[in-house]
Design a protein around this ligand. Structure first.
Ligand code: ACO
Length: 320
């Protein structure tokens, strides 16, 4: 039994913030940001929430798949920026769409969150436990950014992407994932500190902290190795893959992966120019953009790959 993606959806906040807009409120420039990252603009929330964007993306994906909420028996969301610690974003989606028959939970694997969620759905399908899943990546990263730290806040955006996955004869051909907790602190965001009658450590919120160069080195070595592994497992060569849909962190990471795999860059579609880095949401949003443009045809072979905080990574080969 394999995992087939039968519908996609996505939702971005309304407000566009360009690099020039940022240069008016902090010491940065379009030249610095776009030459180092490829990012030109991102969307940031005003009234939107992680669950609200997720619900819109989920509804689009269900409509695209032609299924009703009652058919969904599993909802998994990759996110590190839900609106509540509990209920989970997945439970909020369940309530909003009326997916009464589903079990719902979130996964915290940062930028690999959607890939880990997809693989979890695949494991449930293979075990024969569930048949139809809503799998999402959704983030409101702007709320965990230090807007006084120009080296991180310019990189990220907000949004949600969703797919409907169903147990089928074809779909996910191969998958591999990994974690390296030993390097966890190169990309970190501390949650609340101890706070009880015995100790009150701090009431100040804490924000994302990143060693950009360490993350870059991790990504350009781990991602090509992970993609080679899934290609080997699927018995495919890089030249047989139609598209490589990678986590949209940075254009230079994507160019380096293309070079290491000896694949033309035009097979690596891009959304980071208009979305920035939306962590777990970036792979499903890009997949939905391509699906809606009619670029994904039945039988195509597609590689998906996510990588980031934890550190974590996950890659898959799919037949569309
Ligand atoms: N605007 C202008 N100048 C800036 C900015 C900014 N927004 N941010 C940093 N600078 C300055 C620094 O202060 C520094 O100045 P100095 O030389 O006077 O000290 C200079 O630019 C160079 O800073 P570096 O941090 O060394 O910049 P670097 O060339 O390494 O580029 C970047 C930073 C783009 C983050 C790079 O390290 C990178 O591509 N890392 C990959 C990590 C990544 O993409 N992470 C995304 C999140 S993680 C994930 O999704 C997997």
């Amino acid at each position: 039994m394999k995992t087939r993606i039968i519908g996609t959806g996505s939702c971005l906040p309304e407000t566009i913030v360009t690099n020039d807009d940022l240069s008016k409120i902090m010491d940065t420039s379009d030249e610095w940001i776009s030459s180092r990252t490829g990012i030109k603009e991102r969307r940031l929330v005003k009234e939107e929430t992680t669950a609200g964007m997720s619900v819109q993306a989920a509804r689009m994906a269900m409509e695209n798949a032609g299924i009703s909420p009652q058919e969904i028996d599993l909802i998994i969301v990759g996110t590190i920026t839900g609106d509540y610690l509990t209920p989970s974003t997945a439970c909020e989606i369940q309530a909003a769409i009326g997916a009464k028959n589903a079990v719902a939970f979130d996964i915290n694997a940062a930028c690999s969150g959607f890939m880990f969620a997809l693989h979890t759905a695949d494991a449930y399908f293979k075990a024969g436990i569930y048949k139809t899943a809503l799998v999402l990546g959704a983030e409101t990263l702007s709320k965990i950014m230090d807007w006084n730290d120009r080296s991180t806040c310019v990189l990220f955006g907000d949004g949600a992407g969703a797919v409907v996955a169903r147990a089928d004869e074809t779909g996910l051909l191969a998958y591999e994932q990994g974690s390296d907790g030993m390097k966890g602190k190169v990309l970190a965001c501390r949650d609340r500190r101890n706070n009880n009658p015995l100790v009150q450590e701090s009431k100040e919120p804490e924000y994302v902290h990143m060693d950009g160069q360490e993350v870059y080195k991790f990504a350009v070595t781990t991602v090509p190795a992970s993609i080679r592994k899934v290609l080997d497992e699927a018995g495919l060569k890089a030249e047989e893959i139609d598209y490589f849909i990678l986590h949209q962190a940075n254009i230079r990471i994507i160019q380096s992966v293309a070079k290491r795999l000896k694949v033309a860059e035009d097979r690596f579609p891009i959304s980071l120019d208009h979305c920035g880095n939306i962590s777990a949401a970036s792979v499903p949003i890009l997949l939905d953009e391509m699906n809606r443009k009619g670029l994904l045809k039945q039988g195509m072979k597609i590689v998906l790959s996510g990588f980031g905080g934890g550190l974590t990574w996950g890659s898959a080969v799919l037949e569309w």
